[in-house]
Design a protein around this ligand. Structure first.
Ligand code: CMC
Length: 429
């Protein structure tokens, strides 16, 4: 069987043979389909990239119909269950293989020794109102980092590239924690290199002056698993932004700031915050049926439900739902859990949601855990960003070392006015 398709152009009667590779045709192969010699050639129109691959990637695999997610071939459930630390999974994502003990130690050391943030970044954070949304402050701090490390612009030097990977991985939790401490008017806690990635972050967030860090191991484990679950998700909106900005050869801090800005939207990472706001609005179990009725009438969306790729239960949501019970044993249950369970039950039995294959996604239950762990609602998306930073960096690295890639630049179909002459002000109607 030939791996080609034959297209007949009914405008001209001509036939074209187009190669098929990985069940995909190259959009540029369609350009030879022309009605005349000076014709530009056939294009495809695909708003929101519904059916367009823009990269070949070896990092993350998703089968949305079956609800499968794998990092470098390893099922997400196995990594959540067995990974010894977040940095182990981060290593796997970045390098493609699980690390040996020595490799992990070196990676950990490189990241930990880059966890201190320049003191002037603190001043930048302090320039914001205490009430400022943490994602805005976090995103600004990421963008500002490029000015402290101008050499980062040299993205073609592998050693310089790696240094920025260590810096971003090391500094992101510190910046996030300092954004929180500033909002609370609390003194900053500096990174402690003796602690695990998650433990150090929780200590910088919540230490209220104890000499020794005192992070509950169940909460440390939960944070680790949540970071692992959020670490990568192939070509999602923010990753696409990271790759797109990276394709212009901007420095990785600029690209990460852009990715964080994309993540903040309520349809993407901002959904975890919206879920909690929605549960607050519903308030009581008795209000659930009316709420669902409104959604079905097109008045709003059930936040934390639905996904562009998953048409089945998001495997991350399954792990999080289970994890929630471990956390609640330590923190006490979140009263909103019953509301969330009732919403899920009704939605999963309702024709509207069944027909559209709408299931809970990663953001549906994560907020309940974050809230039980004392994170403010506005901070949830920052937590997503900490976990996702390694995914952004890995995808950025794959992109700029991929010889097939060029500056990202979509085409458009122009539907505006044809050429017309300038009209002086006094002649305009
Ligand atoms: N509640 C109610 N209806 C929905 C929802 C929802 N959450 N999601 C999709 N639909 C409906 C949508 O209205 C459409 O209906 P119809 O065919 O009658 O017009 C149909 O389902 C298909 O939806 P779509 O908008 O074409 O799907 P999409 O792939 O463009 O959007 C999504 C995916 C995640 C943006 C969307 O499902 C959504 O807005 N969900 C709520 C926000 C959310 O939870 N986002 C987090 C996503 S997972 C983590 C992440 O990526 O950050």
């Amino acid at each position: 069987m030939a791996d080609t398709i034959t297209i007949t152009d009914n405008r001209t009667g001509k036939q074209y043979e187009i190669p098929v590779e990985n069940e995909t045709i190259r959009a540029t192969d369609l350009r030879k389909i022309k009605v005349s010699e000076d014709d530009f050639g056939l294009m495809t129109y695909d708003p929101a990239f519904m059916n367009t691959s823009s990269v070949k990637s070896r990092i993350t695999f998703i089968d949305g119909d079956k609800g499968i997610l794998r990092y470098r071939g390893y099922p997400i459930e196995q990594l959540a269950e067995n990974s010894t630390s977040f940095l182990e999974t981060a290593y796997l994502l970045f390098y493609g293989e699980l690390p040996t003990k020595a490799q992990l130690e070196k990676w950990r050391l490189n990241i930990k020794t880059h966890s201190l943030v320049h003191d002037n970044v603190k001043k930048i954070i302090e320039g914001f109102y205490r009430e400022a949304h943490p994602m805005g402050v976090f995103t600004s701090a990421l963008a500002a980092l490029s000015t402290f490390y101008p050499e980062a612009q040299n993205i073609h030097d592998p050693e310089i590239r790696m240094q920025q990977v260590y810096r971003l991985m090391g500094q992101v939790p510190t910046i996030a924690a300092w954004v929180y401490r500033h909002s609370k008017g609390m003194p900053y806690v500096y990174p402690d290199t003796k602690l695990t990635y998650a433990e150090n972050f929780l200590n910088m967030m919540f230490n209220t002056g104890t000499a020794e860090p005192n992070v509950n191991p169940v909460l440390e484990h939960a944070m680790t698993v949540l970071f692992i679950l959020h670490a990568d998700h192939e070509q999602n909106c923010s990753t696409n932004v990271m790759r797109s900005i990276g394709s212009s050869h901007a420095n990785p801090y600029a690209a990460a700031a852009g990715a964080a800005a994309a993540l903040s939207g309520p349809l993407h990472g901002g959904a975890n915050e919206e879920v909690l706001k929605m549960l607050d609005e519903i308030d009581r179990l008795a209000n659930v049926p009316d709420f669902i009725k409104n959604i079905k009438e097109g008045k709003g969306k059930l936040m934390g439900f639905g996904h562009r790729v998953y048409k089945n239960y998001d495997p991350r949501a399954k792990v999080i739902k289970k994890l929630a019970y471990d956390v609640f044993k330590v923190t006490g249950s979140n009263p909103k859990l019953d509301l969330a369970l009732a919403l899920e039950k009704i939605a999963l039995e309702d024709d509207y949601f069944i027909k559209r294959k709408l299931y809970p996604n990663v953001d549906f239950y994560s907020g309940l855990i974050y809230q039980a762990m004392s994170f403010p609602t506005e901070f949830f998306t920052v937590l997503f960003a900490i976990g996702r930073t390694i995914g952004w960096l890995t995808q950025w690295h794959e992109h700029i070392t991929d010889t097939e890639q060029k500056i990202a630049r979509p085409r458009q179909i122009y539907i505006g006015s044809g050429e017309r002459n300038y009209v002086p002000m006094n002649e305009r109607k």
